[in-house]
Write a protein of this length. Structure first.
Lengths: 81, 146
């Protein structure tokens, strides 16, 4: 399956991309997607904070099961206001 | 937005019209309009700030802001609520966020307004980058509060 990963704030700048298409095995979860991204972009490791994740605009945990066509957002702890 | 939805939820790229929001949320049943306006200040943790740049995930930010409005409505008898956040470059003194609540009485207007800004700062996917004499750095929120 293929998902779209959207990156925000520090993650967008670290990877130099706003959006990445990611191919994953059927049954993969959010944690699997993060592991694959860290392999491809080692700069993602050791940022001193963990990424927050949202799937199709809803906050999800690392165990959330992904489906083909999902939009997975990865972002740092929020700092608006 | 459904025409039956009286709440004003937006992520905007230009200046926030606070007076316009105060007029828009008021109903004839409203005896109080409470407003919170967050503005860019010139200092953060001892460092002189030159300007800020805000970034949002707009569709999710609007969804989260709409949820906060619904939660406020469920807790207080309010007439209408506006939550508007600005993105892009903001100079010192410019408004980054406005929460405006109209209600029959001041207590629920003030309480719902305080509730909404606290929730927005903890939960809505918006980030700020500080530009100072030391360079530029993303402000990382407290992950335990997200």
């Amino acid at each position: 399956m293929t998902i779209t990963v959207k990156l925000f704030a520090s993650y967008r700048e670290l990877l130099g991309e706003e959006e990445i298409l990611l191919d994953l095995e059927e049954g993969a979860c959010v944690g699997d997607a993060l592991s694959l991204l860290k392999l491809r972009f080692p700069v993602l490791v050791d940022q001193g904070y963990s990424p927050l994740t949202a799937c199709n605009l809803e906050h999800v945990s690392k165990r959330h099961a992904l489906r083909d066509g999902d939009e997975l957002a990865i972002f740092p702890p929020v700092s608006g206001g | 937005m459904a025409t039956s939805d009286p709440d004003l939820i937006d992520v905007v790229a230009g200046p926030i019209d606070v007076a316009g929001l105060q007029g828009a949320v008021r109903r004839n049943s409203s005896g109080a309009v409470a407003s919170f306006v967050g503005v860019v200040r010139d200092e953060h943790q001892g460092v002189r700030v030159h300007h800020l740049v805000y970034e949002a995930y707009p569709p999710m930010a609007q969804r989260e802001m709409r949820r906060i409005a619904a939660e406020a409505r469920a807790q207080w008898p309010i007439d209408a609520i506006a939550l508007v956040h600005r993105v892009g470059r903001l100079e010192i003194g410019e408004a980054s966020v406005a929460i405006v609540v109209a209600a029959p009485h001041r207590r629920e207007a003030l309480e719902a307004c305080a509730f909404a800004i606290e929730k927005l700062k903890r939960e809505v996917p918006i980030w700020k980058k500080e530009y100072s004499a030391d360079g530029a750095a993303w402000v990382i929120g407290d992950p335990s509060r997200s």
